[in-house]
Design a binder for this molecule. Structure first.
Ligand code: NAD
Length: 480
């Protein structure tokens, strides 16, 4: 069975303990590879390597750093098919999705920051001819980057790219649930000639390897994407150590559909924004609010479309909904469907584990599920489910739906469907979410600030925001 290895100081190495964890193929419900069960000792070695590599990497001419990162991006493109298949097998997502979204975005992340850093500049301020201030933004040191399982290589590179471009060295940990593409990525870093120790990838459990990164006194900045509860525990460790923290956490995103929307567009995109990646995207619109006058028409049309989604083998061409990532996650999502029923919800379609024939009989599949009849403030509509489950609720007026939308502890993204320009702006300004899409969903421009309000996180990724996070700011004032 394939054994994934850590990537420390430029080499692929076994965990010091010699211990490995099982890695599952969720579409088959079977173990298919092994992951290092790394601990403090491996993290210590990785941090040491990253510290030693810092001087060389941070003082390397920026064009040279950029060239190496572009080479890694080229290798991701060259290995596109292999990486997409690995992502699909490891995560359960449809191969088509990994081919179209995950892997192209991973190379874009590397290329975006490889070129952004060439244009990164800072400000100067002249004070009434009396003094001049100039600001420097320099690399900080060893960055800890920790990522989740839903978009494995996509989110892993989204952190590593700005950290490296800014001149930091990195100790990174991908999710133990989906480690494979990060491992293949480490092979590409070696092939691209990334100097030893600049990036170190330690595999293993969050509470063990992850926690050791967070606690390490020589890792002064932490970029984390994952669940809100984990973010809270990371903040509790890192805050008293005064580490720089970027937290991208959970969401419970509203999808608001006004009566004056482009009905077909809203319908088509809402199916996608509810069930893409089995609903396991932090930006999925899991709470739909539809204006009363079009409620029945919309719900009927939506349910018809959802029934047409093919749940199946992720590697097959026609599959729209693959497996969810793991057995515990499948059980969690199904328990939320049961909770919704206890809370008085009516399941209009779906509601159960889905059976897929052939090699996938033991896989972790869930029928795309649509639930109505719930209040906006019940647990089903307040807690993150992170699976192929949406609720739909009617509303009468703008003010009412804004209150519903803002009623959760989360504030990541929101979608608004209306052809009324003034309403779009008005509602967008009142929603407490870091990312608003009007008449679209998941249209991404890597230059824009990305992140959430309230319990959806702290800080923003993307564009200059990430380069600023991964640098330390100093102002120098000179008397003239
Ligand atoms: P998770 O919090 O369980 O794990 C995320 C990562 O943190 C994993 O690598 C895990 O091993 C590690 N980890 C766990 N405990 C740790 C600890 N004590 N110290 C250090 N590291 C630790 O999240 P998940 O289940 O992998 O991902 C799903 C969650 O991620 C959802 O809540 C989703 O909304 C969120 N998410 C947010 C965004 C965003 O951009 N805001 C993007 C994708 C996913």
């Amino acid at each position: 069975m394939k054994k994934i290895q850590n990537y420390i100081n430029g080499a692929l190495v076994a965990p010091q303990s010699g211990q490995y964890l099982d890695n599952y193929n969720p579409a088959e419900g079977k173990v298919y590879s092994l992951i290092p069960d790394s601990d403090k000792a491996d993290v210590e070695e990785a941090v040491e390597a990253a510290k030693n590599a810092f001087e060389g990497w941070s003082s390397m001419p920026v064009q040279k750093r950029s060239d190496i990162m572009n080479k890694i991006a080229d290798l991701i493109d060259k290995n596109h098919d292999r990486l997409a298949e690995a992502e699909s097998v490891d995560n359960g997502k449809p191969l088509k999705l990994a081919q179209r979204v995950d892997i192209p975005r991973a190379s874009s992340n590397m290329r975006f920051y490889a070129t952004a850093i060439l244009h990164f500049s800072s400000e100067s301020h002249m004070l009434d001819g009396e003094a001049v201030n100039y600001t420097t933004r320099t690399p900080v040191g060893v960055a800890g980057c920790i990522s989740p399982w839903n978009l494995p290589l996509y989110l892993f590179t989204w952190k590593i790219a700005p950290a490296l471009a800014a001149g930091n060295t990195v100790v990174a940990k991908p999710s133990e649930v989906t480690p494979m593409t990060a491992y293949l990525f480490s092979e590409m870093c070696i092939e691209a000639g990334l100097p030893a120790g600049v990036l170190n990838i330690v595999h293993g459990l969050g509470a063990k390897a992850g926690q050791a990164i967070i606690e390490h006194p020589d890792v002064p900045l932490i970029s984390f994407t994952g669940g809100t509860a984990t973010g809270k525990s990371i903040a509790a460790t890192a805050a008293p150590m005064f580490k720089k923290l970027s937290l991208e956490l959970g969401g419970k995103n509203p999808n608001i559909i006004f009566e004056d929307c482009d009905f077909e567009q809203a319908l088509h995109t809402s199916v996608h924004s509810s069930f893409a990646n089995q609903g396991q995207i932090c930006l999925c619109g899991s709470r739909m609010f539809v204006q009363e006058s079009i409620y029945d028409k919309f719900v009927n049309a939506f349910v018809e479309k959802v029934k047409e989604l093919t749940v199946g083998d992720p590697l097959e061409d026609g599959t729209k909904v693959g497996a969810v990532v793991s057995e515990p996650h499948m059980n969690k999502v199904i328990s939320y469907i049961r909770l919704a029923q206890e809370e008085g919800g009516e399941v209009l379609t779906g509601g159960h584990r889905a059976k897929v024939a052939g090699r996938c009989t033991d896989g972790y599949f869930i029928e795309p599920t649509v639930i109505t009849g719930l209040k906006h403030n019940c647990r089903t509509n307040q807690e993150e489910i992170f699976g192929p489950v949406v609720t739909i609720m009617p509303f009468k007026e703008e003010k009412e739906v804004i209150d519903y939308a803002n009623s959760t502890a989360y504030g990541l993204s929101a979608t608004i469907w209306t052809e009324n320009l003034k309403r779009a702006h008005r509602v967008a300004h009142q929603l407490k979410s870091g990312i608003i899409w009007v008449n679209c969903w998941l249209v991404r421009d890597l230059r824009t600030p990305f992140g959430g309000m309230k319990q959806s996180g702290v800080g923003r990724e993307g564009g200059w925001e990430a380069l600023r996070f991964f640098t330390e700011t100093k102002n120098i004032c000179i008397k003239l």
